[in-house]
Design a protein around this ligand. Sequence first.
Ligand SMILES: Cc1cc2nc3c(=O)[nH]c(=O)nc-3n(C[C@H](O)[C@H](O)[C@H](O)COP(=O)(O)O)c2cc1C
Length: 216
Amino acid sequence: MKKLLTFIVSSALALSLVACSSQSTVEESVTAAAAETEISADTNASEEITAQEEISEGSVLVAYFSWSGNTEQMARIIAGETGADLFEIVPATPYTDDYDELLDIAQQEQADNTRPELSAHVENWDSYDTVFVGYPNWWSNAPMAVYTFLESCDWTGKTLIPFNTSAGGGFGRSLSGIEESAEGAELLEGLALTESELTDAQNRVTEWLKGLGLSL
Ligand SMILES: Cc1cc2nc3c(=O)[nH]c(=O)nc-3n(C[C@H](O)[C@H](O)[C@H](O)COP(=O)(O)O)c2cc1C
C-alpha cells in the first residue's frame, strides 16, 4: 500500500513538473493545457509528452488587449485553433471599470498620443514568428496600450495579423497606426468582428484562419 501511494505521489509530482516546465513564459497556452489533460488520461505518456513539447515550442503568439472581454473571446478562439500562446496586454495602471469615465480617458489618451506603461512584456519574444494582435476599437483607433506593446517589440522578420472587435466601426483608422508602430513586420489580412457577430465568432475565426493557412 505504501509503495502504491509513493508511486501515485511521485507520478503526480513528475506530471506537474512536466506541466510547469512546458508552460510558456507568457500567460498561458490553451493547447498545452489541453495536452496536459490528455497526458494524465493516457497510458502512453511519453508519446503525449513529445506532442506537448512540440506544442509549447510553437512559434505563434496571440497578444491582445481587452477591457470588457470581447477581444479576449476572439483571442482564445484563435489560440485554440492555432495552438498559439496567449499574452494579455495589461497596462501597469488598470483602466477604470466605469464605461463613461473610460470614454473620456481613452479619448484624452489618444489626443495626447500617450504610451501607457505595461505590467508585463513577452519574455521569449524571439521564439515567435507569427503574432496575432487583437484590440477593441476605441474611438476609431486602437487603445494606446496596444501601441506601447507594438513599439516595445522588435518586429523584424515577424508576421503580424491584426484582429479586432467593435460596436460597428471595425478596425477604424487603427491599421495605419499598427503598421507604423510595428516597423519591419509583414502584415496579413486581419479579422474584425462586431459585438453582434461575436455569437458566430468560432465559425468566423475558423474560416479566416483557413484562408490564411494557419489552422492546426
Ligand atoms: C473607450 C471606448 C471607446 C469605444 N469607441 C468605439 C468606436 O469608436 N467605434 C466602435 O465601433 N466601438 C467603440 N467602442 C466599443 C468597443 O469597441 C466594443 O465594445 C469592443 O467589442 C470591446 O472590446 P473588449 O470587450 O475586448 O474591450 C468603444 C468602447 C470603449 C470602451
